[in-house]
Design a protein around this ligand. Structure first.
Ligand SMILES: CCCCCCCC/C=C\CCCCCCCC(=O)NCC(=O)O
Ligand SMILES: [Zn+2]
Ligand SMILES: [Zn+2]
Length: 515
């Protein structure tokens, strides 16, 4: 039998096709809108046990005292330049400062204090209930170098006050945590506090050069004592305010992992000669092209392959329209968001392995062709890539036999700590943020820099990187840059945060989800 294709059948076919198309668009639209108004992964827990026996407040005298202590801490130039270039005089002076300004801690029969690796500090505070697993707070004493000539508004080790801020190297990386943790403990001890849950405080003196003497030896000592930690909290991410378009109110990002690293040395050797008869390409030119290829061909955008997706999903309900629709529907809009994020250096660091050419040396005289040129490139590895994968990509991107590529140092990204409703450390940090900063939304994040806590993986699966410093537009340039500063009010909040965290950590069990 022959089928007859009439005009009517063709119109009918297209009619059905159009109907299917319209229906699909309507369904898609309904799903997107439905999720936009109902999507919330950031759940709150139910009724918390009250562990706050000492209310977090500061008297005017205490505010004056804690500020004075921070200033003196910033004035001591505890600079780490390299393993062989550390200011050991300053580190000794810092030790004396701690003993002087925290007399309760250093005289208390409760607190055990040990020096590790010569200048790092380990404090042990035993709890009244030894069965409760201990936790640990980390911070570091050393700072990166700072030169007033780079454009500081005040000398970097003067700790001067300007418009309600203390300026100085270390004010956000990381003396605010060192002093904040100890100040909180000092005030708790003054008010007769004894913890239920034991805890440790580790203050490294060489974090800025990877912690080979400080963190590494503290971990060795704790391991030799069979210590296991419920959670670890170190420096890291901060409270973002006004830096994420569309986010209503501030967001505290708790680093649940940190990026890996790879540092490679690139070098080119060519015969030297007279600059009046140069070859077509010099060693500098060949190396410059290789470095340019690395900068131009960035590592792939891997948004959604690591915990950075969870960051936006946990904040989704706090975004205004139309951002909220995007964040609640990343199954559809992930490439849109990843494209926007790669536009700024700080958000770009979230979505890919970053490439930073940090050193470039060559040449001896203006009329001599350079025999040798070298450059160092520092990569920060995204959670979903490995060191080996990155090294392969570097080779294939350079793809020039004249350029020697040598591996200098590196490590894989750190394991991802859990951030679900049953995870004690994450939930205690989140609760403490809410106690001290009620307007802040808490979300997991990836720490883009490295911290001493990366040495602690054998002691605990749950390592978090967060300090409650405010991070506002323009602040990214202050980390290791010029005009590092902290507001006086923020430093008071930091002391109260640790004061409350120590008490909150005394809670025995987490509440179940809110019903
Ligand atoms: C939702 C996205 C918002 C993006 C905001 C960017 C987050 C940046 C916030 C804080 C800076 C992170 C510093 C981390 C500590 C670094 C410690 C350090 O310097 N270590 C040495 C090293 O990494 O070389
Ligand atoms: Zn730091
Ligand atoms: Zn640093």
């Amino acid at each position: 039998m022959k089928t007859k294709i009439t005009k009517k059948t063709i119109l009918k076919f297209f009619g059905i096709l159009l109907l299917i198309l319209v229906l699909s668009v309507l369904i898609l639209f309904a799903v997107v809108i439905g999720r936009t108004f109902t999507f919330k992964v950031n759940t709150e827990l139910g009724q918390w046990e009250n562990a706050t026996t000492i209310y977090p407040t500061l008297s005017p005298e205490q505010k004056k005292q804690l500020l004075g202590n921070l200033k003196v801490a910033v004035q001591i130039p505890t600079v780490s330049f390299s393993e062989s270039e550390q200011n050991t005089t300053a580190l000794q002076e810092f030790d004396q400062l701690l003993r002087r300004v925290f007399p309760k801690i250093f005289s208390s029969s409760l607190v055990q204090h040990e020096m590790v690796g010569n200048y790092s500090h380990l404090l042990t505070v035993p709890g009244s209930e030894p069965d409760l697993e201990p936790y640990m707070l980390l911070a570091h004493i050393d700072v990166v170098p700072a030169d007033e000539a780079d454009g500081w508004d005040t000398p970097p080790f003067s700790a001067q006050e300007l418009n309600g801020f203390i300026y100085g190297r270390g004010t956000i990386d990381n003396k605010q945590s060192v002093m904040g943790i100890l100040q909180a403990l000092e005030y708790l001890l003054e008010r007769g506090y004894t913890p239920r849950r034991s805890f440790y405080i580790g203050l490294g003196h060489d974090e800025e050069i990877s912690g080979p003497q400080g963190a590494v030896n503290i971990v060795k000592l704790l391991k030799s004592r069979g210590v296991k930690l419920l959670y670890v909290l170190d420096e890291g991410l901060t409270i973002m305010d006004g830096v994420v378009d569309g986010l209503i109110g501030p967001g505290a990002l708790i680093g649940v992992s940190e990026k890996g690293q790879a540092t490679v040395k690139l070098s080119v050797s060519t015969p030297p000669g007279h600059s009046s008869m140069p070859p077509r390409e010099s060693s500098i030119g060949i190396l410059a092209s290789a470095v340019t290829r690395l900068e131009k061909n960035r590592m792939p955008n891997l948004f959604g392959h690591g915990p950075e997706r969870a960051t936006f999903e946990h904040l989704a309900h706090k975004f205004g329209w139309p951002y909220r629709m995007v964040m609640s529907n990343l199954w559809l809009f992930s490439s849109l968001l990843s494209g926007v994020l790669e536009g700024q250096p700080d958000t770009n660091a979230f979505v890919r392995t970053t490439t930073a050419v940090t050193m470039f040396n060559s040449g001896v005289k203006i009329n001599v062709m350079p025999a040798y040129a070298e450059a160092f490139v520092n990569f920060r590895i995204h959670s979903s890539q490995t060191l080996q994968e990155v090294l392969k990509l570097i080779e294939s991107t350079i793809s020039d036999e004249r350029v020697k590529v040598e591996f200098v140092s590196g490590f894989d990204p750190l394991p991802i700590s859990s951030y679900d409703e049953d995870t004690f450390g994450y939930q205690i940090i989140k609760k403490t943020v809410h106690d001290i900063f009620p307007e802040v939304t808490v979300s997991p994040g990836i720490c883009v820099g490295n911290t001493d806590s990366r040495h602690y993986t054998e002691l605990s699966p749950d390592i978090y990187r967060f300090a409650p410093s405010w991070y506002k537009p323009g602040d990214s340039a202050r980390f290791h840059g010029v005009n590092e500063r902290i507001s006086i009010q923020n430093y008071e909040e930091i002391v109260l945060f640790y004061f409350q965290l120590m008490q909150n950590s005394d809670i025995k069990n987490l509440p179940g989800p809110r019903t």
